[in-house]
Write a protein that binds this ligand. Sequence first.
Ligand code: GAP
Length: 449
Amino acid sequence: MSTNATVEKIVSLCKRRGFVFQSSEIYGGIGGFWDYGPLGVELKNNIKRAWWKAVVQERDDMVGLDAAIVMNPTVWKASGHLDTFADPMVDCKECKHRFRADELAHGVPASAHGHAAEAPVVRCPECGGELTEARMFNLMFRTFVGPVEDDASVAYLRPETAQGMFVNFSNVLQTTRRKLPFGMAQIGKAFRNEITPGNFIFRDREFEQMEIEYFVKPGTDEEWHQHWVEERHRWYLNLGLSPERLRVRRLDREELAHYAKDTYEVEYLFPMGWSELEGIANRTDFDLGRHAESSGRELEYFDEETGEHVVPYVIEPSSGVDRLFMAFLMDAYDEEEVRGETRAILRLHKNLAPTKVAVLPLSRNEKLVPPGREVWALLRPHWMTQFDDAQSIGRRYRRQDEVGTPYCVTIDFDTLTDQAVTIRERDSMEQVRVPIANLVSALREKLEG
Ligand code: GAP
């Protein structure tokens, strides 16, 4: 991330260029909910695709799952969420602002939910008013299933995707005939009624998780934990995050969630400080054990080598798409002086860039636009592309730089005679001339080579 990237600049870029909009903006918005625009949905899909490729497609020990958001409420009793998935909350008696007591006590966001209430700071940081005693507030959104709103029909929007994988352990084991170690991966929405959502899309009430539950033989868990910490750290580096802004931190004992024996966090240095992108926890046999006890069903693995039934231990790398989206954007944003002008540029990894190629006729001249459209039609089956013929070519290059498009293809008057176009590279601004007949293979080499 260049020193130029501030949260304000990224928020403004996201709105101006169609990455992220406030949810229900025309009605004044709603705190903690966001809509992803045309470029945002592409970036988000590319992050998810890169993750799925690395953790499912390219591995021989992983399978995917897509479980329902609403589950039998007993799941949340067994998992401990009904009893412990809560944050301490205090209210200002004067200005009515609401705060997380643990944040007021530490001055920084806490990483795991479910800690005991800290002694509240006595005064409101907004107005200096008196604060209430801390009360525990459960973060799960409640709803009702069916037409009757009574205790028997209460259900919850999942606060993590993980439980869908635990309760499907036997289904997946039987249908895929896996041996330990093996894992499941899932991408999906999660919901938390955060007391203080904020820092743009960093902490939301509706967000998307990418989670892995990796089942191992007890006794091999620490080794596999290290494996996943290294794998996941490398994934961020391979996608271009600055090494000096990325770190892996082992949590202190008092920071651990109720289910964890040990946890590492991958953290990014945002303008608001080092903050969690992903938690990699050793959840032991806590979840399978709790669900087996609560459901009365065996959630075990038969080890043919030893002839014993074991309850596998679980390593869980769990990340949030929205947080990664923000980190990749902040890290890629830069401003530089080019011929006396400032150019804003998103140096996004090519695999993440929302648009791969922009097709730009030199001008709106009637001779240039038709071949420009033909080139656009040639490229559309292969990549996400844009066609732009409005304003000067310099301004159009700047517009593409600002949204991270790695390549622009320019059609000029020479194209009409030599059947060639110019490919301009985003970061170096270097230009090469390529025959239209070779354009797809030349771009493929650059984008995928
Ligand atoms: N299953 C484990 C679990 O859910 P977590 O640390 O609470 O662990 C995992 O969440 C990841 O989900 C976090 O590292 C973060 O990237 C993302 N996440 C959690 N709460 C979030 C929120 N309110 N807004 C956006 N992302 C969130």
